[in-house]
Design a protein around this ligand. Sequence first.
Ligand code: ATP
Ligand code: ATP
Ligand code: CA
Length: 218
Amino acid sequence: MKKQYAVIGLGRFGGSMVKALSDQGMEVLAIDIDEERVNEFSNIATHAVIADTTDESVLKSLGIRNFQHVVVAIGDNLQASILTTLILKEMGVEKITVKAQNDYHEKVLKKIGADKIIHPERDMGIRIAHQIVSSSVLDYLELSEEHSMVELKASEKMNGKNLIELDIRARFGCNVVAVRRGKEIYVSPQANQSIHQGDILIVIGRDKDINRLEKHMT
Ligand code: ATP
Ligand code: ATP
Ligand code: CA
């Protein structure tokens, strides 16, 4: 059986999710209290409905309990976000992902049992800051408080050297997990993989080790 998704709140975040889910061929129910927003999605989502999701009977009549994954992307209205999540949880929805507005909101969501809490604005802010600070960092993903994965542009210093010669693991404690060159990608590269200037190295390691690598090698 096809997985069914529901997205509540069709702002920029929720709206993009609905589009991306539909593009991937998923069944998606789009819900918003605002009629205009819902109309925008009537041709994109499998179903688009106007509903106030803080009303339990409304959620019941939509059969929301049968959806495998519900995303709550209500923004500024913390009360509506929290109440909606609480009702979904009490109805026994399998998986609930909620967009949090701030740390206090996150704490409440955790307490009421949201399965996954996301902070798109905060996390995107952090990612972009890393890209701005270092011209060699193309992308950045936090793995834990101390570890991350980054995309580093290979510098002139690395040009023509292979991974043995660069000795990145021993010198910096970081692992190159893939090398991208134009449209090619070499996953789990061999030690004799040579690097060209402009290649994209996908590196995993401790933040401080990645910083050292950036400083010395780019
Ligand atoms: P984004 O940053 O993703 O654009 P936002 O964080 O600014 O969004 P809002 O635009 O405040 O978030 O809220 C997202 C949507 O949630 C809005 O379209 C709003 O109408 C909808 N919404 C708010 N309260 C409810 C509710 N009780 N039931 C259903 N939808 C709701
Ligand atoms: P986010 O979704 O990232 O939380 P947002 O897209 O909802 O933010 P706003 O909250 O409307 O955006 O604006 C972000 C900040 O920009 C606010 O703190 C606001 O005070 C500030 N801001 C708005 N206009 C100006 C301006 N003309 N000059 C300086 N700051 C401004
Ligand atoms: Ca916002």
